[in-house]
Design a protein around this ligand. Structure first.
Ligand SMILES: [Zn+2]
Length: 238
C-alpha cells in the first residue's frame, strides 16, 4: 500500500477532483487522508465543493483507493478540496512515533518481544501490547526514562522502502505478531527508521525527528492474558 500521506505527510489540504461517487461517499483523484491501521485512527476532515462541504466521518479502503464516507447523503462531482483535521493527525503522528520508541526499547530489553496490538487515542494516550509471557511489569514501567531519553536525543525518523524478503534476515523488521503491512505492488514494504535505534515496517504517519514529540509518561502496565503485557502511555506536558 502506498498513500499520498506516505510521500507528503505534511500536505493536509489538496485541490483535487471526484473520480467516482455515490450518495454520501466520494473517491478522489488524490487524497491527503490516512485510512487508519496499525493502531492509528483514520484521519477526519472535510470535503468542500463550490457551494457546500461535508465532514469525512470514515475512510473505506477499496484496494489502494480511499472512499471518503461523508456525514450527509450528498453526491458530488467535479473539483473539490479535501482537508484533513490537523489536530487529530498531529496527535496521532506524535503518539505513533512514540509507540515506535516504546516498542524499540521493549524489543531491545526483552529479547525480541513482538507487538500483539496497538491503539492510539485522540486524547493523547495510547496502548501497545507485547508478547511478553515472563516479563516483570516493574521492569517495563522502568523504561520511561529511557523512552524520554531517546525522545530528547532528537533522532531523525525517515521512511525507506525495502524488499519484503529483507524481513527474513532482519529480526524485528516485521514487529507485529499479528499484522504486517501488506507490500505494495512492487514487492516493497515501507520501513520506518528511527536512525540509530530501530527499523520496522509500518504504514502510519510519524514525526521527522523524535524531539518533535512531547515526553511521555507510562500510565500503567497490565497483564492481558498469560502472554501479553499492555503498556499504556500518555503525552506529558512540555
Ligand atoms: Zn509507525
Amino acid at each position: 500500500m502506498r498513500y499520498f500521506c506516505h510521500d507528503q505527510p505534511d500536505v493536509l489540504t489538496v485541490e483535487t477532483r471526484v473520480m467516482d461517487a455515490r450518495p454520501g461517499a466520494v473517491l478522489l483523484e488524490r487524497s491527503p487522508f490516512y485510512p487508519g491501521g496499525g493502531g492509528q485512527l483514520a484521519d477526519r476532515g472535510v470535503v468542500r465543493w463550490p457551494g457546500g462541504e461535508a465532514r469525512v466521518r470514515a475512510i473505506e479502503l477499496d484496494g489502494e483507493r480511499l472512499w471518503h464516507l461523508l456525514d450527509e447523503p450528498v453526491e458530488i462531482a467535479g473539483a473539490v478540496e479535501a482537508a484533513v483535521d490537523r489536530e487529530l493527525r498531529a496527535v496521532m503522528t506524535e503518539l505513533h512515533t512514540d509507540a515506535h520508541v516504546v516498542s524499540a526499547l521493549v524489543f531491545r530489553e526483552f529479547r525480541g518481544a513482538l507487538i500483539t496490538g496497538a491503539q492510539l487515542n485522540a486524547d493523547g494516550t495510547a496502548r501497545v501490547d507485547f508478547d511478553l509471557p515472563d516479563a516483570d511489569n516493574d521492569r517495563l514501567r522502568a523504561l520511561e526514562p529511557a523512552i524520554n531519553d531517546v525522545i530528547g536525543q532528537d533522532l531523525a525518523v525517515r521512511h525507506v522502502y525495502a524488499p519484503v524478503t529483507d524481513a527474513a534476515t532482519e529480526p524485528g523488521l516485521l514487529r507485529s505478531r499479528s499484522v504486517a503491512p501488506p507490500p505494495s505492488a512492487d514487492g516493497l514494504v515501507r520501513i520506518v527508521e528511527i536512525v540509530g535505534l530501530d527499523r520496522q515496517a509500518c504504514g502510519g504517519t510519524h514525526l521527522g525527528s523524535t524531539r518533535q514529540s512531547r515526553p511521555v509518561r507510562i500510565l500503567k502496565v497490565d497483564n492481558k492474558g498469560r502472554h501479553n503485557r499492555r503498556i499504556r502511555f500518555a503525552l506529558a506536558e512540555r
